[in-house]
Design a protein. Structure first.
Length: 105
């Protein structure tokens, strides 16, 4: 893609078919009062961009989950901690006992 195609919004009203032909070749920045307001792309380009974005977001999410799982490998659940405590000390607590005790704190 060479230079960016910039056109006023009035071109959409007055030369709609010509604008659509140009947009088939490259995206166009639509301006209103000299300021960029939108980008017009052809339908295929839009679908390609959305597909790429979804793939990138899925890859990012997978990486976040992978890192979270790696971090979590060093942790134990509360239930596991209670079991380990009971095995080490012989004292057993239930979750309901702990919840009741927490209410009194």
């Amino acid at each position: 893609m060479s230079s960016i195609l910039v056109m006023p919004i009035s071109d959409l009203r007055n030369k709609g078919r010509d604008v659509l032909k140009k947009v088939q070749q490259q995206p166009a920045v639509i301006t209103q009062r000299g300021r960029p307001q939108a980008v017009l792309v052809n339908y295929e380009q839009y679908n390609d961009m959305i597909s790429r974005l979804e793939a990138l977001e899925a890859a990012r999410d997978a990486l976040i989950i992978e890192r979270a799982l790696q971090t979590a490998e060093g942790f134990v659940t509360f239930e596991e901690m209670l079991t380990d405590y009971a095995e080490a000390t012989g004292v057993r607590f239930t979750l309901s006992e702990i919840a009741e005790a927490a209410k009194n704190v």
